[in-house]
Design a protein around this ligand. Structure first.
Ligand SMILES: Nc1ncnc2c1ncn2[C@@H]1O[C@H](COP(=O)(O)OP(=O)(O)O)[C@@H](O)[C@H]1O
Ligand SMILES: Cc1ncsc1CCOP(=O)(O)O
Ligand SMILES: [Mg+2]
Length: 266
């Protein structure tokens, strides 16, 4: 299937998919607004009592371990199992992988529960998940996406997942296919939740696409292009965050495709 970014954004807006997020306290509001802005329908829900029902009516499940605790892990596992049973794509954001043994242990449990369609993280997180000896600095990366290529390939083969590594250039790996997205601005690293937003958008694109590789590339490109558009209006973090939401809502499918810098390697 040919990659068509404009069509992918058009499909997203045409069906406004419900995206079920089990995500962290820090970014809930921002990622919900980002999903609404691009044209999806977000719901944040983590209670074990309801996650199976919620994921059953959603188009995709985004699991983000940013502020995890044992009660939430129960909800994550139930939701992931149900998503796998009902054929809903799972997007896993391994926030802070490699920072603490608890995070690493929970990630092992989650990956044993169900294979994600897409794992989206920064380079340190992806390297930690692949077993490379690296210490993540809290939730921020200490490595570049180029350093993580081997780890991303190994993880993709191990879980059959698309691995999307963010950074100056986003690298998206699916088996033997790789894509490089070189959009974005450095200021994006100075606003909390930009990576989590990339994962949430991957959920929205995955909900409307049968190809998780194309969904992950679309999300990375939409993030980067909207970052560049926002930077035309706002050069400081507070105003940039708002301008970024505006860009997500304002961009047309054709304009997104025109400004994207995506390269594929096979
Ligand atoms: N140095 C950079 N230059 C341009 N864009 C970047 C840079 N670093 C990250 N980004 C973009 O910022 C977003 C968040 O990525 P990142 O900061 O790596 O994630 P996280 O917040 O999970 O650590 C992504 O869309 C990514 O492409
Ligand atoms: C700061 C912080 N602490 C726990 S989760 C979180 C948000 C991380 O968001 P992102 O990975 O998108 O920067
Ligand atoms: Mg992150």
């Amino acid at each position: 299937m040919e990659f068509n970014l404009a069509n992918n954004l058009h499909s997203l807006r045409a069906s406004a998919p419900l995206v079920h997020n089990i995500t962290n306290y820090v970014v809930m509001n921002f990622t919900a607004n980002a999903l609404l802005a691009i044209g999806a329908s977000p719901v944040m829900s983590h209670a074990a009592e309801e996650v199976e029902d919620m994921v059953s009516i959603a188009g995709a499940l985004v699991v983000n371990i940013g502020t995890l605790s044992p009660e939430w892990v129960k909800g994550m596992k139930l939701a992931m199992r149900k998503a796998a049973q009902t054929g809903k794509p799972i997007i896993l954001d391994p926030v802070g992988a490699g920072a603490t043994p608890y995070r690493n242990a929970v990630l092992t449990e989650l990956l044993e529960t169900a294979a994600p369609a897409i794992i989206r993280g920064n380079a340190s997180e992806i390297m930690a998940l692949a077993g490379t000896n690296i210490q993540t600095k809290g939730v921020d990366s200490t490595a570049s996406s180029a350093d993580s290529m081997e780890a991303a390939k190994a993880l993709s083969l191990k879980y059959g997942s698309v691995i999307s590594v963010s950074g100056e250039t986003d690298v998206i790996v699916s088996g033997t296919q790789t894509a490089f997205v070189s959009n974005g601005v450095l200021l994006m690293t100075k606003i909390t939740g930009m990576g989590c937003t990339a994962s949430a958008l991957a959920g929205a694109f995955a909900a409307v696409s049968s190809d998780p590789f194309h969904a992950a590339v679309s999300a990375a490109a939409a993030m980067g292009v909207c970052g560049e558009l926002a930077y035309r209006h706002a050069k400081l973090p507070g105003s940039f965050q708002i301008a970024f939401l505006d860009a997500l809502a304002d961009i047309s499918p054709a304009h997104l495709a025109e400004l994207s810098k995506v390269k594929f390697a096979f």
